[in-house]
Design a protein around this ligand. Structure first.
Ligand code: PMP
Length: 385
């Protein structure tokens, strides 16, 4: 057989077979507009995606500005909505300035790549989100991956560096396990070694801090000249898009240098209208942030997770991927949609159910969750939590 006898895509079938055997096939499911199951899988932590004000905000922006931004923000895609929203969010989290990107993913790529680069060092927590991992790969910096939440390892990496510039990456609330980063200690270490701290607040915004201002605000680091935040508008704010927040010179630099800003179409106006309205709701109803944590605590208790959750995420580790997939499927059959995280999203052997609490869960919702999860997990004690 010659090379030309083979289809250039023949290798895909073999890989598909390997993934199937390892329980790692993924499939797309169409979600109905009105959910038929109780949703404990989405990241709509505050229940704002379908809030009437948020829908109205999106519609109004669509009506005024049309379906798309029409170009990159440096050409025709920069509207007053973009400018106004980034300042509104910056004021809320206590940052001097903000810059909107088309997603949290592109915000992370833009921030990390533009603030590091060849000849610099990037130190990243092993559990950082794929977008931060990809940012490290694109940065052309020397990258050191440290154990999860290991401040000592970060200190060592910074102390032993030969590069002039260094950046430390962490999530504030880690998406896979819902635990908090040791932000204060990381910041102290960064200060001691002249490093910039970049914190991804994707899962902290709207959940942690005074009225949902995020974990950076909660630990007193808002507005620090050596801290940059990134976040998504697609979780607590129920919309779409991403933002980098920090000192004004960082905003100026990203406009000049971030390829995911320069070469990407500006965020769609409807997403900004929705996100801005969502932020208004959160400001008017700050108790939503506390409601999420209260409901997360109830879910953790139901699942027998001893650790009190620090975020909306409740992680029930079940071990191998098949076990987690089977448990998630059993929940779905019983009317409960939960997340299921498997490698490569989490390390091998730690596949898990990932439940997300929502501010708007009712007592009936929690009772349904109790019935289903107790039945499904009854025979499946968590490996750990
Ligand atoms: N960072 C983290 C921690 C995330 O969980 C996500 C989304 N899963 C992103 C960044 C990317 O955000 P977006 O979905 O807006 O691209």
């Amino acid at each position: 057989m010659t090379r030309t006898d083979l289809s250039p895509l023949a290798w895909l079938a073999e890989l598909e077979q390997q993934r199937r055997q390892a329980g790692l096939r993924r499939s797309l499911r169409v979600r109905p507009a009105v959910p038929t199951e109780l949703d404990l899988a989405s990241n709509d932590y505050l229940g704002l995606a379908t809030h009437p004000d948020v829908i109205a905000g999106g519609i109004e922006a669509l009506r005024i500005w049309g379906g798309g931004a029409g170009g990159s923000r440096l050409v025709t895609g920069n509207t007053e909505l973009h400018q106004r929203f980034e300042q509104q969010l910056a004021d809320f989290v206590g940052a001097p300035a903000g810059l909107v990107f088309s997603s949290g993913y592109t915000a992370n790529l833009g921030a990390v790549v533009s603030l590091s680069g060849p000849g610099s060092l990037v130190v990243s927590d092993a559990y950082c989100h794929a977008s931060l991992v990809d940012a490290c790969r694109l940065s052309k910096a020397r990258v050191v991956v440290t154990a999860h939440r290991d401040v000592e390892a970060v200190e060592q990496a910074l102390a032993g560096r030969t590069e002039d510039r260094a950046v430390v990456l962490t999530e504030s609330v880690f998406s896979a396990d819902g635990v908090l980063a040791p932000l204060r200690q990381l910041h102290e270490v960064c200060r001691r070694h002249g490093a910039l701290l970049i914190v991804d607040e994707a899962h902290g915004l709207g959940v942690r801090g005074d009225g949902g201002r995020g974990l950076v605000h909660e630990v007193g680091l808002a507005g620090s000249p050596d801290v940059v935040l990134t976040t998504t508008l697609s979780k607590a704010l129920g919309a779409q898009g991403g933002v980098v927040l920090g000192p004004p010179e960082v905003r100026d630099h990203l406009i000049d240098a971030a390829r995911t800003f320069i070469f990407d179409t500006g965020l769609a106006p409807a997403a900004l209208g929705a996100a801005s309205a969502a932020l208004d709701v959160l400001i008017a109803e700050p108790s939503r942030a506390a409601d999420v944590l209260r409901h997360a605590a109830a879910l953790a208790e139901i699942c027998g997770v001893a650790q009190q959750p620090d975020s909306a995420v409740v992680s029930v580790i079940l071990g191998d991927a098949e076990r987690a997939v089977a448990a998630a499927a059993a929940c779905l059959d019983a009317g409960l949609r939960v997340g299921c995280f498997r490698p490569p999203s989490v390390p091998a052997g730690t596949s898990r159910l990932r439940l997300t609490a929502r501010a708007t869960l009712t007592d009936e919702d929690v009772e349904l969750a109790r019935r289903v999860l107790r039945a499904v997990l009854g025979d499946l004690p968590p490996v750990s939590s």
